[in-house]
Design a protein around this ligand. Structure first.
Ligand SMILES: Nc1ncnc2c1ncn2[C@@H]1O[C@H](COP(=O)(O)OP(=O)(O)OP(=O)(O)O)[C@@H](O)[C@H]1O
Length: 348
């Protein structure tokens, strides 16, 4: 099922519009992540799709069908929440079967479907347990099975990993990916965590201030962001930024002069700051204040005369100062309105 939001406007009573001329599409059978900071409008979009909010203007289509004024029950949506929302007094089996029971599905068919779903979410050996006897990750898998029970047209996952610790989170990311691929259900994952989006989604929609900033794969968003907001949303550590006027003269030499003249801000990916020999051209003398080992990765905090920057390309070095080269491939130039006017990767 392809989902389309067309020219949506929504304002909460007497407030300025949260969404205005909002257009987006969830491709059939794919998992789309909606990534944005708190207050950007993610829940508003989720509630519009679920039929819990009606837009002031615009239409919502499920394939060719206009569902804008259909209520939640008519839309056949599966929803999974951050806090699992399982019934504590029901077993895993009865939790998964609950929507089918409400729909008066015959007991035999109901338990047949529960068996399929339990197998899908790898909970077959836990069917007689109660939610209180399960880990957070297991509870969330039950919630996903329950949401899938009625073969929904659209699965909405609202921050489903936020309550889990790092290990369970990693595990369930893989689980969600596998379950979505197996079922092929069109899915929207709402998250404020770029790792969730990057590891699970086919495509990522970045939203900020109620506006869709860009849609693409993680790779596209990282390498060719349309604007500074997108560039800062994807990538760890976060993009180094500074005013173009603060950039040392030697590094300006490796960037295109025409774009530099038009730009006000430069973004430098951490991998673009590289150790060079003292005699190499266009290098800048820098000191190191700190080096952090993060598993296989390093982060090195560099100081030029005027800037503090993070590099992940410079590993163990002593003593400082060192000569640092700038790889233009990892640089982005932004105009005063935030538009990306030059991406080094596109010219590599
Ligand atoms: N019921 C409401 N009444 C008035 N304003 C609201 C209401 N719900 C949300 N808003 C406002 O709409 C904007 C978008 O909120 P929304 O909850 O959609 O963002 P979000 O990205 O989901 O945030 P979070 O990640 O914190 O849940 C915010 O400015 C918020 O204050």
């Amino acid at each position: 099922m392809q989902i389309t939001l067309r020219d949506i406007a929504l304002a909460y009573d007497k407030q300025p519009a949260t969404l205005n001329h909002f257009n987006a599409q969830l491709p059939d059978g794919q998992l789309t992540a909606l990534l944005g900071p708190s207050g950007s409008g993610k829940s508003t979009i989720l509630n519009l799709l679920a039929g819990l909010l009606t837009p002031n203007a615009g239409q919502i289509y499920f394939d060719q069908v206009d569902v804008t004024h259909q209520d939640s029950r008519q839309r056949n949506i599966g929803m999974v929440f951050q806090d699992y929302a399982l019934y504590p007094h029901l077993t895993v089996r009865d939790n998964i079967a609950f929507p089918l029971k409400m729909a008066h599905v015959h007991k035999t068919a109901r338990y047949q479907r529960v068996a399929e779903l339990a197998d899908l979410v790898q909970m077959t050996d836990q069917l007689t347990k109660f939610p209180g006897q399960l880990s957070g990750g297991q509870q969330q898998r039950v919630a996903i099975a329950r949401a899938l029970a009625k073969k929904p047209a659209l699965l909405l996952l609202d921050e489903p990993l936020s309550s889990l610790d790092t290990t369970l989170r990693e595990e369930l990311r893989g689980g969600i990916r596998r379950i979505q691929r197996t079922t092929g259900v069109t899915t929207l994952l709402v998250t404020h965590d770029q790792d969730d989006a990057l590891q699970i989604a086919d495509q990522i929609m970045i939203i900020a201030d109620g506006r869709l900033q860009q849609v693409g794969t993680g790779n596209e968003l990282y390498r060719q962001p349309h604007n500074l907001t997108v560039a800062q949303s994807i990538g760890r550590p976060q993009l180094n930024t500074c005013a173009v006027t603060a950039l040392p003269a030697a590094w300006r030499q490796v960037l295109p002069p025409e774009s530099l003249r038009q730009a006000t801000t430069i973004g430098i990916r951490s991998e673009a700051l590289q150790l060079a020999t003292p005699t190499a051209p266009h290098t800048v003398i820098s000191t190191i204040s700190r080096q952090v080992q993060l598993g296989r990765d390093h982060q090195t905090i560099l100081h030029t005369a005027s800037l503090t920057l993070v590099s992940t390309a410079i590993t163990a070095v002593s003593p400082t100062p060192i000569s640092v080269a700038l790889d233009p491939t990892g640089c982005l130039l932004f105009a005063a309105d935030g538009r990306c006017i030059w991406a080094g990767d596109a010219h590599a």
